[in-house]
Each structure stands twice: as C-alpha cells, then as structure tokens.
Design a protein around this ligand. Sequence first.
Ligand SMILES: [Zn+2]
Length: 237
Amino acid sequence: MREELLALAKLAEMDDSARDIDAELKQIPQSLEELRENVQTLETMLAQERQQLDEAEQLKVQQSTELKERNEGLQRARKKAAQASSIREADAGEREIEANRRSMREREEELGRIGQAIEAKTASLAEREKDFEEAKGVLQSQAESSKARITELEEQRAQMFNGRDDLAAKVPKSIIKRYERLKTGITNVVLIIKDGTCTGCRMALPPQLTIELQRANELHQCPHCRRIIIHKSVVED
Ligand SMILES: [Zn+2]
C-alpha cells in the first residue's frame, strides 16, 4: 500500500499546486474587469463634468446677453426720463431706470457665481482627466502583463500535470474515487502527518491510528475532518 499512498500523495500535491494556479487564472480576468470598470466610471464622470461645464458656459453667455440688454434698456430709460414732459412720465422713467439697474446687479452677481463655478469645474475637470489617463495607462499595462502571466500559468499548469496520469494509474480506482469525492467539499484533501495531530483540523489523532499510519497498510482518513492522512515516513524515503 506504501507505493499507492505515495502516488496518491504526489497526485494530490499536483492538484493542490494547480489549485493555486487555477485560482490565479480565475483572479486575473476579475482584476482586469475591476480596472476596466474603474476606467469606465471615470469616463462617465468626465463626460458629466464636461457637460456641466458646457452648461455653465452657456449660462454665462445667456446672462451676459441679458446684462447687455438691460444696459441698453437702462440707456433707453435714461433718455426717456430726460425727455419726460410730465411728472408721471418722469416717475415712470425713474422706475424703469431702477428696474434695469436692479436687473443688471442681479445679472452681474449671477455672472460672478457662474465664473467661480466655471473655474472650479475647470480645475476638477483637469484633475479628472489626469485620473482617467492614469487609470487607462494602468489598465493597459495590466492587460499586457496579465496576458503574459496567463501564458506562463498555463504552461506551468501543463508541466505540473505532466505525469499525473501515470500516478493516477498506480492508485486503486476506489481510492481515486474517494479522493475526487472528498476534493469537491474540502481543500487539501490529502495531508502528510508528522506527529499525532491532523494538520488539516488540528485535532489529535488516536494513538493507535498514528501507529497504523506509519505501517501504511491501508488508506486512513482523519476521524474528525475526513481528510486522507498519510504518514510523512511514507513520502520521505
Ligand atoms: Zn482532521
């Protein structure tokens, strides 16, 4: 049974190593996707901020036009007031002058606010553009290095599984079946035991079991976590 257990231990070691590779192979596209989403989010924000800036610029033009119109209105009202032929007309002219002045003040205040908003938006837009370019750069370099890493991992994986079939052939089918079944539920299914403790669940093994493990006459499982346990002396010679 020693040979069979050794083959199983080696086979399980292969599978365990490949599991890390598989996990990394799965992780790489996920990381890339996160970066891609980040770039997309920044792009959307950038578009929104550009639109806000456009709107502010339009508002500025609109308010400037109104200011100009009010100023013209003020000139007309002044002329009218100067040419008034009655007190009533003069009063009306004064009211018109005042209304235009008030409106001009409001437009000027509004233009001040818009100017500040445009300034702030322009600054944050520049910042956002920088972030966007940076994120795009990171994504691009990450995509390139990921491609290389995937090729590397796939080669490693193929190499790692080189000889797996030969090992599997040395292990009785019933044991392979049991191993495969256990593998679907737990990780590190096959453990090498150095002393009287299961390295999987940290529970103490019965002394009799520890002795039997060293004899390696049959397949043993940890009575607590059900992992297959093999004594280190089996794999060490
Ligand atoms: Zn255990």
